[in-house]
Write a protein that binds this ligand. Structure first.
Ligand SMILES: [Zn+2]
Length: 322
């Protein structure tokens, strides 16, 4: 069993307090309260303080000019154990932080320093704390969804963000459809044949990088069926037994990675070159060396990604074989 605390982007130190999202008078009180905290996002990047201990989320008071200047009210992420409300706000309206403001953009900007910057969450996912990662992933996924669902999928009219930030409402009176954030399930699988694991690579990946096979689930499919189908489609390997292992939110832009293990019925690989550039069987000993960065054939998986966590757990004996 892999502990949830070892999964990057899983968990949060906040109570999501979903009832508060629709309790407008109480929500407004929190939005007017200068002790409420807000995490600004610019172009999908959260604000970080780059401390000697690593990047830490930089929270601003909800009453900060930067937050109140945004067109859309901040989204409620939840309450901490002291009842302090935590929000996230999309402040992409400000001038690019690294550039001199042009005439046509809002000149308000943040007093960014060498140690306070908007940083791509994926670039620092191996260095942030478990708690920060979970909260940032939630907000990142929410904003990714909002930014790509500006129009009603039912009638095409513009959507507006509902108070609390977790719903989009169609502005067409004849429609008024409410829209909620979507999550796209992806299966990622540890396919084993005794002490060997099946790895694949795509042509655009960095040289020597191999990882677990993965793919999006389709409507009407179970997790088990998706694991069998994707493994057959990509590598031509039949799988007889599928077990759930662990999951990871992956808000780039909206995936939920569902890690599974599966028993290969054959080691013959029939590669679909449209899906993968290569697929190989790797022994547990070689995988252990690769994860430690001591293998010439395979580059270590990216720290913090669920593939790396599952593979490391397998070589450490935490995830059993078949
Ligand atoms: Zn509509």
């Amino acid at each position: 069993m892999i502990p949830e605390t070892s999964i990057t982007f899983a968990g949060s130190f906040l109570d999501r307090a979903d009832a508060l999202r629709t309790d407008i008078p109480k929500l407004d009180e929190h939005i007017a309260n200068p002790t409420s905290k807000t995490l600004p996002f610019w172009q999908g990047k959260p604000l970080f303080d780059l401390t000697p201990d690593g990047p830490r989320l930089a929270w601003l008071p909800v009453t900060d000019d930067l937050i109140t200047g945004a067109e859309i009210a901040p989204a409620l992420l939840g309450l901490d154990k002291d009842g302090v409300a935590h929000f996230a706000a999309d402040v992409s309206y400000i001038a690019p932080p690294d550039e001199k403001p042009a005439e046509f953009v809002d000149k308000r900007t943040l007093d960014l320093t060498e140690t306070r910057k908007f940083v791509d969450l994926r670039a620092v996912m191996g260095e942030v704390t478990h708690e920060d990662a979970g909260v940032a992933a939630s907000a990142k996924g929410l904003f990714e969804w909002r930014n790509t669902h500006m129009f009603c999928a039912n009638c095409g009219a513009p959507n507006t963000v509902a108070p609390g930030g977790w719903r989009m409402d169609c502005t067409n009176e004849a429609c008024k459809r409410a829209h909620f954030p979507r999550t796209d399930p992806v299966v990622i699988m540890l396919i084993l044949s005794s002490d060997n694991v099946l790895l694949g690579r795509q042509s655009f990946w960095p040289e020597r990088m191999y990882s677990l096979l993965a793919g999006f689930m389709e409507p009407g499919e179970t997790i088990e069926a998706a694991v069998r189908r994707e493994t057959m489609e990509e590598a031509g390997v039949p799988v007889s037994d599928v077990r759930y292992v662990v999951s990871q939110p992956w808000p780039f832009p909206a995936s939920l990675m569902m890690g599974c293990s599966g028993k290969a019925e054959s080691m013959d690989i029939h590669l679909d070159k449209n899906e993968l550039e290569d697929a190989i069987w790797v022994s547990k000993d070689e995988m252990r060396e690769a994860l430690a960065g001591r293998n010439d054939r395979i580059a270590p998986a990216r720290k913090g990604a669920v593939a790396q966590i599952i593979l490391q757990s397998w070589v450490d004996g935490i995830v059993p074989g078949f």
